[in-house]
Ligand binder design. Structure first.
Ligand code: HEC
Ligand code: HEC
Ligand code: HEC
Ligand code: HEC
Ligand code: HEC
Ligand code: HEC
Ligand code: HEC
Ligand code: HEC
Length: 466
């Protein structure tokens, strides 16, 4: 037997797991199917960023607006690098972490106000929301933030009774989404990586928070209670994945899939705590939202949306079944939708006709909500009429033409007669007037807008009827 460090567990549980599943090894490390991958900021992929930042259609103009608002030049962002044959090529401008080197989220107004749940959902509690934290004395079953080390009956050194019993770093981990190698970081690295408590240096500003948001340096015996300002009794006991078919059921899952699935899980944090399903504190387990069939929808048009994720439905320790709803909201609109159908990992929901705008999308179950995702609603791009108003001028009416093409750089947007770009005389979301010698009655005119492109045959002006 090598000196591999494994979590403490009772021999019977080991046998049970070995027999029942070859699907997944027991933690550590944890499987990384819920919440944010426990990794360094620079390892996040473009797709993970697009969960909330939607698509090129949103991000390209958002970056290019900075040309006007912050006075940035093309080459500030699009740097040229030698291509190896004496020429130059553009440095990769699609990989977010090439330019965004440190977490930008933990300097936002929401983070400064300690509204961490706005993005992280109910995987945590908010420090200032008044949630329950025990005040009774600590005992032999109180979890420790890093646990303690013991030698198990087989002679392995194992960590028990704390987060590190399961949440350990692992340089050789495989990302379950991409199947590619991706290191899992330590709890210190994931939390310090946010920069929240960072001390100012000559080149970097101070973080928005303090070390004391997470640490109680004065009272080492009570350190877990400071962690509880975000990882309270409520959120910790409602984190669970499904281990087999059916509905997530506390106490009846295989060990190692979360916090409340199995007596073994309870022991991971509490060690000698002999929990059972009857006293299980779980209610609605936090749902995790991982994918959407669409991130953009057409305005004023009902649509159906498929959401994928985990723990969308569960049975609580109170034997109540908790089922999901979907919320769509922004500053002026809010709706809670009942899904047309759902399973543990998939929701089908009919979205009503929405006005143009950016919406927050979450899955909720009684009292808990998933991580945040976004939905952008664009006016549907359509040409109703295209008529020759005078010799070289075409008037186009319709919807969804969106923002005026920028005048100071070639965005690819505009009005085209075949490949010839026309001069824009006026442009509103519903009406464009453009002029070009290439326009002809009976030929196509194409509008390229932020949200796509659309064509129509140009008609002659209708003869006035008497
Ligand atoms: C018995 C093993 C075990 C112990 C001990 C444990 N966890 Fe977990 N935890 C898990 C598993 C399994 C998951 C689901 C992991 C996944 O798929 O990412 C999880 C998920 C989480 C999540 C949500 C997903 C994420 O990565 O953010 C949070 C938050 C969390 N744990 C916090 C804690 C804290 C705080 C402690 C210590 C007080 C702790 N855990 C101790 C097994 C454990
Ligand atoms: C604007 C959205 C947003 C807000 C608000 C926010 N976070 Fe985050 N957080 C993220 C995103 C996105 C990531 C992953 C990328 C990154 O680090 O920026 C993350 C990562 C983290 C991680 C590392 C998680 C891991 O598994 O690697 C921690 C810890 C964390 N945030 C703590 C906080 C705390 C504490 C607050 C409140 C003070 C907070 N966050 C507020 C969006 C947010
Ligand atoms: C959980 C949702 C979420 C994820 C995932 C996410 N972001 Fe964000 N991000 C936000 C929100 C919310 C804001 C604040 C509002 C805004 O500016 O859109 C934000 C703001 C930003 C900002 C502007 C910060 C500022 O100072 O205003 C940058 C840059 C950014 N994100 C980059 C990224 C990158 C790069 C990734 C991938 C590593 C990523 N985001 C992943 C939600 C997210
Ligand atoms: C603030 C940084 C920034 C500046 C300044 C900037 N760009 Fe970009 N540009 C980007 C990013 C980032 C992307 C890719 C975004 C994505 O993948 O979603 C991009 C994409 C592009 C694309 C591909 C368009 C597409 O639809 O995918 C072109 C072409 C382009 N930029 C040209 C320019 C030109 C020309 C300028 C100067 C007039 C400029 N950019 C200034 C950041 C910038
Ligand atoms: C080529 C460099 C580059 C790449 C690649 C890049 N960005 Fe940016 N981004 C910038 C710069 C520069 C800014 C402006 C930063 C500032 O103002 O401090 C910016 C700003 C932003 C903002 C805030 C814009 C605003 O309205 O203030 C968001 C959100 C953002 N980036 C997200 C992303 C995401 C998501 C990706 C990957 C899909 C990405 N960026 C890729 C250079 C880049
Ligand atoms: C967002 C929460 C958070 C903030 C803010 C934070 N820490 Fe930590 N820190 C953690 C976590 C989680 C760990 C891992 C558990 C532990 O050892 O306490 C950790 C670990 C540590 C450790 C143990 C050694 C190590 O790095 O593994 C020290 C020392 C420490 N932090 C000091 C600080 C100081 C000093 C600050 C402010 C400059 C700070 N932390 C800010 C969450 C945080
Ligand atoms: C100010 C809020 C806050 C405090 C205090 C805090 N954390 Fe966290 N913690 C988070 C957030 C946010 C996440 C990421 C949840 C997600 O995946 O979306 C997280 C995730 C975790 C996880 C899951 C693994 C990971 O890195 O995502 C562990 C374990 C953990 N925290 C341990 C600790 C410990 C130990 C302490 C006390 C030393 C602590 N945390 C204090 C906000 C906090
Ligand atoms: C991720 C770590 C973790 C896991 C796993 C876990 N607990 Fe807890 N539990 C805690 C923490 C932290 C506290 C608060 C301890 C304190 O501050 O004294 C707590 C408190 C409790 C309490 C006291 C609640 C109160 O009202 O004061 C009970 C009962 C409990 N846990 C039962 C269980 C049972 C049963 C299981 C397994 C089904 C379990 N726990 C799994 C971390 C965990």
């Amino acid at each position: 037997m090598n000196k591999k460090i494994v979590t403490g567990l009772i021999a019977s549980a080991l046998l049970l797991i070995g027999a029942a599943t070859a699907v997944m090894a027991l933690p550590p490390p944890v499987p990384q199917s819920l919440g944010i991958y426990d990794a360094k900021f620079t390892s996040f992929t473009r797709n993970e960023c697009l969960v909330c930042h939607i698509s090129d259609a949103v991000l390209v103009p958002r970056h290019h607006n900075l040309i006007n608002t912050k006075g940035l030049a093309c080459l500030d962002c699009h740097t040229m690098v030698p291509d190896g044959t004496g020429g130059f090529t553009f440095a990769d401008f699609r990989t977010c972490s090439n330019c965004h080197k440190a977490s930008p989220h933990h300097t936002t107004a929401k983070a400064a106000a300690q509204d961490c749940k706005f993005c992280h959902g109910s995987f945590i509690d908010n420090p200032l929301d008044g949630h329950y934290i025990p005040t009774y004395g600590v005992s032999s079953i109180t979890p420790m933030k890093n646990g303690r080390q013991v030698t198990d009956p087989s002679g392995n050194i194992v960590t028990v009774q704390g987060c590190v019993a399961c949440h350990q770093p692992n340089a050789a981990a495989i990302d379950p989404t991409t199947n590619l190698p991706r290191a899992i970081s330590s709890n210190a690295d994931t939390h310090h990586g946010t920069g929240i408590g960072a001390v100012a240096t000559a080149t970097t500003p101070a973080g928005i928070g303090k070390c004391e948001w997470c640490h109680n340096f004065n009272n080492p015996g009570l350190e877990i209670r400071q962690c509880e300002s975000c990882h309270g009794v409520k959120s910790l006991h409602n984190i669970q994945l499904k281990s087999a078919t059916g509905t997530v059921t506390p106490g009846s899952e295989l060990a190692g899939f979360g916090h409340i699935g199995n007596n073994w899980d309870c022991q991971g944090c509490h060690w000698s705590w002999y929990g059972n399903a009857a006293t299980n504190p779980a209610t609605a387990i936090v749902p995790s939202l991982q994918g959407q069939s669409a991130y953009t929808l057409a305005a004023n048009k009902a649509a159906s949306l498929t959401l994928t994720g985990a723990s969308f439905t569960n049975v609580g320790g109170d034997s109540v079944t908790y089922n999901p709803s979907v919320t769509i909201s922004n500053d002026t609109f809010s709706a809670t939708l009942t899904p047309a159908s759902f399973t543990d990992s998939e929701i089908q929901v009919n979205v009503p006709a929405l006005l143009e705008g950016t919406y927050n999308l979450t899955v909720i179950k009684e009292g808990v909500k998933s991580n945040l995702a976004k939905l952008v609603v664009f006016p549907e791009l359509a040409i109703k009429t295209a008529v020759m108003a005078s010799k070289n001028t075409v008037t186009i009416t319709g919807s969804g033409f969106g923002m005026v093409p920028p005048a100071d750089y070639n965005s690819g947007m505009g009005v085209f007669a075949d490949t010839t770009q026309a001069r824009i005389l006026s442009w509103s979301p519903t009406k464009i007037v453009a002029s070009s010698r290439a326009f002809a009655t009976g030929a196509e005119v194409t509008v390229k807008a932020l949200n796509g492109s659309v064509s129509k045959i140009v008609l002659a002006v209708a003869k006035k009827t008497r």
